[in-house]
Design a protein around this ligand. Structure first.
Ligand code: SAM
Length: 292
């Protein structure tokens, strides 16, 4: 089968070339490299918001979800219009985001039904599940949103400007996954924010694996299994070929403390949620649900 994952890598390369150009500006006018990098990576969240905003404008029988907050986030990304468009133009980007959002929404609903009352969004970006999902509210679950301080400040700013007041059950946890001892440092940061270790949690790790290194992937998985404890689960996106070398995700999640993994490639996800046949590139994206 044709491998087309490279087109996504090309778009990322373009965004990263922009970072490098910015980093090569004279030191006097220059923003620190790390800040530029985290800002451009964070900018990809605008493309995702744009797709989620479009979804709400589809006819009722066609749409997979409604995200009433996505328009505000998409509008806030005007400064990153070129990179946003680059991602939107990729063959399976739009449908990939639509399908993964729907799959993860369903996982979160199942998690609430299973009695979990803590939700952790790792690399939360502009994910508005904490505000938009009635099942989370009905369960009175606390939602811990983990992302860089800059991204969370941006999120808060957009919501405030749109007149949205964050409920007390949505808690922002600023954290950088580049931290060497991610596992214990993030466990500590979550606990300080009110997370109850070992009480069970629904983790969401959507669109993040591609931006962190191998060590951070392992440490994040271990953190979820150990800090979350029994009954915890994680719904996530990944792409074996791009991120994981030769180690199968089922082996990896098991090694890091999970008991089971259900995974689906984009083509299977398409058949689950959309009519017609998936495009030939769909298989590249994968989603998973791992349970401790
Ligand atoms: C592609 S976005 C996905 C956002 C969200 N999960 C969604 O699907 O809407 C990736 C997110 O990961 C965050 N991220 C990337 N690298 C990070 C790091 N080192 N530490 C913390 N967050 C990071 C970015 O700021 C961004 O919000």
């Amino acid at each position: 089968m044709e491998k087309t994952g490279e087109s996504y890598q090309q778009a990322l390369r373009h965004v990263r070339a922009q970072e490098e150009r910015a980093a090569s500006e004279p030191a006097t006018s220059r923003t620190p490299d790390k800040v530029v990098r985290s800002r451009t990576v964070a900018d990809t969240a605008f493309s995702i918001a744009a797709v989620r905003a479009e979804e709400g404008r589809r006819p009722e029988g066609e749409r997979l979800f409604v995200d009433p907050y996505a328009d505000a986030f998409a509008a806030a990304g005007a400064h990153a219009a070129e990179s946003t468009q680059r991602f939107l133009d990729l063959p399976f980007f739009r449908d990939g985001v639509r399908l993964r959002t729907k799959f993860i929404d369903d996982c979160v609903r199942d998690g609430m039904t299973a009695g979990l009352d803590q939700v952790v969004l790792l690399g939360a970006g502009f994910d508005a599940r904490g505000l938009r999902m009635a099942e989370i509210e009905a369960r009175r679950a606390t939602v811990f949103e983990v992302d860089t301080p800059e991204q969370l400040a941006r999120k808060r700013h957009v919501l405030t400007a749109a007149g949205v007041k964050l409920p007390a059950r949505v808690v922002y946890v600023p954290f950088d996954f580049d931290t060497p001892d991610l596992e214990s440092e993030l466990a500590g940061a979550l606990e300080v924010a009110g997370f109850r270790p070992g009480a069970g949690a629904m983790f969401v790790w959507e669109g993040v694996i591609g931006y962190v290194d191998d060590t951070a992937i392992d440490q994040s998985l271990r953190l979820m299994a150990t800090a979350g404890g029994p009954r915890s689960r994680v719904a996530f996106t990944f792409a074996d070929e791009a991120h994981l070398g030769t180690e199968d995700m089922a082996v990896r999640t098991k090694r890091c403390g999970f008991g089971s993994l259900e995974s689906l490639a984009g083509d299977a996800l398409w058949r689950k949620y959309l009519p017609g046949d998936p495009p030939p590139t769909a298989w590249v994206m994968k989603v998973g649900l791992a349970i401790v």
